[in-house]
Write a protein that binds this ligand. Structure first.
Ligand code: TYM
Length: 329
């Protein structure tokens, strides 16, 4: 039986944090042995908000190096940069012509980022269509992402179904692939908000490349509560629940088991241990990142990835162009 295809992507904006790692990257690595994986650095999504061009080139390579540093293997997975495969933009346009203003207007990300302003970027509005194009181009069955992207997977399914109905069976209808624990890591300073790359307070997140000292500061400062009891209770104890979730993701231990271990202990102990656990995992990632980022091999991997991705993308586009009625030359 043929392996199922997996597609996912990360924006090369800001520093990749624990939420990205636990919600997405860790899944990417786990899937690459069993499935046919395609992982993208989605630079075209990043320009939906202003970017410094020089910086964007740097962060694109940073994310590529981080992909390798966390354990993605270019022999197993296709690793490439979105803008190097123009079929993404091409399919995005065709899907745009089959999408509705209403469904795009209901996307929470657009409502959050566009803030109802007349000068909100049109790219922010059509963002989910480009994301659908990314996924559908590779006929992916599964899309490993954090819980914040679930709505985007739903619209991808709608667009795929609509196209299939109108033009005949073409696209695979993809499924959201989330994890049970850690699909939504919360901000350390305000556990009611998700951890994000753009929050102003640097202690709201831990970036994979943060120094051990910064990790310590951010965890020790993390918001908890005054009850002093370590247990999972998202409603009343979101801060402690978030720390337990991070703990569980890094140790692959069940939360119940961790709670049992800390019976009678205080938040200080939990935080101190968590700092050590995180640093133990991040130190080798930081080291591998430095090596990969400065290696000549990095560009070769991305070129090879572009070739392998283009081959699949072009095959799909040939079919799509035919179906919508574009002439062949
Ligand atoms: P991006 O770059 O914002 O985030 C990358 C991945 O990290 C996940 N994530 C989180 N998971 C758990 N807790 C959090 N606090 C947290 N914050 C972020 C995201 O869900 C994502 O999986 N639109 C996507 C990129 C994209 C894409 C695609 C993904 C473009 N095309 C096609 C899958 C398939 C995004 O902005 O991710």
């Amino acid at each position: 039986m043929e392996k199922k295809r997996v597609f996912s992507g990360v924006q090369p904006t800001g520093n990749i944090h624990l939420g990205n790692y636990i919600g997405a990257l860790k899944q990417f690595v786990n899937l690459q042995d069993e499935m046919d994986c395609v992982y993208c650095i989605v630079d075209m999504h990043s320009i939906t908000v202003p970017q410094d061009p020089k910086q964007l080139r740097e962060t694109t390579l940073d994310v590529a190096a981080l992909y390798l540093a966390v354990g993605l293997d270019p022999k197993k997975s296709i690793i490439f940069v979105q803008s190097t495969v123009p079929q993404h933009a091409e399919l995005s346009w065709i899907l745009t012509c089959n999408a509705y203003m209403g469904e795009l207007g209901r996307m929470t990300q657009f409502k959050d980022k566009g803030k109802g302003s007349d000068s909100a970027g049109a790219g922010l509005f059509t963002y989910p269509i480009l994301m659908a194009a990314d996924i559908l181009l590779y006929k992916a069955h599964l899309v490993p992402v954090g819980n914040d992207q679930k709505q985007h997977i739903e619209i991808t399914r709608d667009l795929a179904n609509r196209f299939n109905h109108k033009y005949g069976d073409t696209f695979v209808i993809p499924d959201y692939k989330g994890i049970e624990v850690g699909a939504r890591i919360m901000a350390l300073d305000d556990p009611l908000k998700k951890m994000s790359k753009s929050a102003e307070n640097i202690h709201s997140r831990i970036s994979l490349l943060d120094s051990p000292d910064k990790v310590k500061k951010s965890i020790m400062k993390a918001t908890t509560d005054s009850e002093g009891v370590i247990r999972l209770d998202w409603e009343n104890k979101p801060g402690v629940s978030n720390l337990l979730t991070i703990y569980s993701a890094f140790t692959d231990r069940k939360i119940d088991d961790i709670v049992g271990q800390y019976e009678g202990a205080g938040y200080g102990q939990l935080k101190k241990d968590l700092v050590e656990i995180i640093n133990e995992s991040l130190t080798p990632i930081r080291k591998a990142f430095e090596e990969k980022r400065n290696s000549e091999e990095l560009m070769d991997i991305l070129k090879d990835g572009r070739e392998r991705a283009s081959e699949i993308a072009e095959q799909t586009m040939k079919e799509v162009r035919d179906k919508v009625g574009f002439i062949r030359m």
